[in-house]
Each structure stands twice: as C-alpha cells, then as structure tokens.
Design a protein around this ligand. Sequence first.
Ligand code: HEC
Length: 164
Amino acid sequence: MENGVNMKCRAGWLLSLILAVLLGAMTWKFIIAGQTVRADDGRTVVLLTADERNKVLGEMRGLLETVQGIAQAAADGDLAAAERLARASGMAAAKGEAAIIRKLPLDFKTLGLGTHQAFDDLADFIAGTDDPLAVVGELGNLMGNCTGCHASYRFGIEGARKPE
Ligand code: HEC
C-alpha cells in the first residue's frame, strides 16, 4: 500500500518535472528566442513569411516618414504638427499580429515597443517646450533605437534555402 502511494507520488513529481521542462522550452521558443538564424554579416535574421515581412517593412517606412515629418516640422517651427506626428506613432500605434510576434526575439519586441513608447515621450516633450532645436535633439535620441535595432537584426523569408 505504502509503496503504491510512493509510486503515485513519484509519478506526480515526474509529470510536474516534464511539464516544467516543456513550459520552459515553450517560453524559450515563443517568448525569448523567436524564429531566427544568424546572417553572414553577423546580424540576427528574423524569419517571416514574405507577406509578414512586407507588412513589417511597410510599417518601417511609415516610421521613417514620421521622423522625416517631425524633423521638417521642427525646422518650420510648427511644434503642434511635430507633436501630432510623434503621438501618432506612439503606443496607440503599436500593433502586431500574434503570428508575427511569436517569431520575434524578446529583445526585438522590447526595442520595438520601447520605440513606440519613445514617440509618446517625444510628444510629451514637444508639448512642454517651444524650442525646435531641443525637439531635434530628442528626435536624434529616439532614432538611436532605429539604428540600434538595424545594427542587430535583419528580416529573412522562412523556408528560403538561404536567408536573403
Ligand atoms: C526592433 C527593431 C527595429 C526598430 C526599433 C526599428 N527598425 Fe526599422 N527595420 C528593422 C529591420 C529588422 C529591418 C529590415 C532590415 C534588413 O532586413 O536589412 C528594418 C527596415 C527598415 C526600413 C527599410 C524598409 C524597407 O522597405 O526596406 C526603414 C526605412 C526603417 N526600418 C526605418 C525605421 C525607423 C525610422 C525606425 C525608428 C523610428 C526603425 N526603423 C526602428 C528593425 C527595426
């Protein structure tokens, strides 16, 4: 009898252990690691479908238009327009499809969300200043996120024999 209880207890522990390892592996795969390979230029390639990559690159070009617009508005002394543009790329614009998000490494997601947050912070900053040059300085700071991420990551097409 006692032996039976012992066995059950051990089976329970074993099951918990297996579940914990599984959970750990899934956390690693879906939250931390993403779907990546190493590029020949040393950067990490995030593998997406062609459609997903086009979508994300389209968002990227939108971000470039935003920073272009903010720099131009600051030069024109139109801080209201600069604030509007910055706010439009803030956290409210942070959207993502689950299918894409699970392929992104944690560091990439953190940097991406941090960039949307930085646009909100920039909008707040612009609301509290009348100095266009200070706005350009903050924009330069924010763009450290763009250059930082581009230095570390590329996009590739999943299933392609060689990531482009
Ligand atoms: C979290 C990572 C990340 C951040 C932050 C980021 N990008 Fe990107 N961006 C990428 C990756 C990856 C690519 C693809 C580069 C490649 O494949 O060589 C890319 C590509 C681009 C492209 C090229 C689009 C095309 O059609 O080829 C532009 C423009 C761009 N980003 C602008 C920006 C700007 C502006 C910012 C900051 C406001 C920014 N990105 C922030 C990751 C990021």
